[in-house]
Design a protein around this ligand. Structure first.
Ligand SMILES: C[S@@+](CC[C@H](N)C(=O)[O-])C[C@H]1O[C@@H](n2cnc3c(N)ncnc32)[C@H](O)[C@@H]1O
Length: 276
């Protein structure tokens, strides 16, 4: 099963590299930061950082920037060679150690990092206990783990409408057009997160739900929701019809300036490696 999931992710990201950045990087929390910037700030004190499932390297670039970034040792891993190719092309990431490997088997020495970040990736990974054990191994005692996990649509706006339109299509699709189920359900709650990470050697997590405002012009909203993994196996005609229906519905909610209100929740979890 793990292979099916990871093969799907490799193929999807090969076809749509940078999909998450296109979908989410413009989103802002109430305090004006993107979800990537929130993670950057959670590890401001760290000097040796790993980005787990780093995708096209936006977060690594933020971590390399400015005064805090000077002299930092950065590493990023991802299943997708195509995503890492884009990361390597970012000037700010030039010095980072980027590797196409699985999070379940990290090629780093024990205690090498004092911080690890992961944006919208941990919740996709199978063998969560193994990933937690690997993170505990490569983080030094007192090291910080900071992750952003998907939290679903924030009520009443375009994202939620989209999910409502998508659900019946997804249910009606033949088995070969269903995406595999990803990740470990325990990572959807603070209690479950601690159930995975405490036995591995982490202190109880700080856990917050943050609303990310993704409002924008209609084409940008489609870039956000159209990047869902669920859409990839559906017939092109089905997706075109979904888009037309979604955009017609979303248009009825447009603000006076033409923007469509859209928001999602993310969970921001921070946990410290025991032993400091
Ligand atoms: C939704 S994307 C997020 C990418 C990036 N962190 C961002 O937010 O822009 C999830 C990423 O996690 C990677 N990924 C998923 N499972 C993984 C695993 N077991 N090991 C390494 N990378 C994994 C995928 O290849 C993909 O690039």
């Amino acid at each position: 099963m793990t292979m099916v999931q990871e093969d799907f992710l490799r193929a999807f990201h090969a076809a749509h590299p940078a999909v998450t950045v296109r979908s989410m990087a413009h989103g802002r929390a109430e305090d004006g930061r993107s979800s990537y910037e929130i993670l950057r700030d959670r590890v401001a004190q760290c000097r040796r950082l790993l980005d787990l499932g780093c995708g096209d390297g936006l977060l690594l670039e933020l971590l390399a920037a400015g005064e805090a970034g000077a002299g930092r040792a950065l590493a990023g891993i991802d299943l997708s060679a195509e995503e890492l190719r884009l990361a390597r092309a970012r000037p700010g990431v030039a010095g980072a150690d980027l590797r196409v490997v699985r999070a379940q088997q990290l090629p780093f020495q024990d205690g090498w990092f004092d911080g690890c970040v992961s944006h919208m990736a941990l919740m996709l990974m199978s063998d969560a206990d193994q990933v937690a054990a690997e993170l505990a191994r490569v983080l030094e005692p007192g090291g910080t783990l900071a992750v952003v996990l998907g939290g679903g649509p924030a009520g009443g706006e375009a994202y939620e409408r989209f999910v409502q339109l998508l659900k019946p299509l997804f249910r009606a699709a033949p088995a070969e057009q269903q995406i595999p189920s990803f990740g470990d359900r325990r990572l959807r709650s603070r209690e479950g997160f601690d159930e995975v990470f405490r036995p591995a050697g982490f202190r109880p997590a700080r856990w917050e739900t943050v609303r990310i405002d993704l409002s924008g012009p209609p084409e940008r909203i489609w870039r956000t929701v159209g990047g869902f993994y669920d859409l990839a196996p559906l017939d092109a005609a089905v997706v075109a019809d979904l888009r037309a229906r979604f955009e017609a519905e979303a248009a009825t909610t447009a603000l006076p300036d033409g923007r469509i209100p859209c928001a999602m929740n993310v969970r921001v979890a921070t946990a410290v490696r025991e032993g400091s």
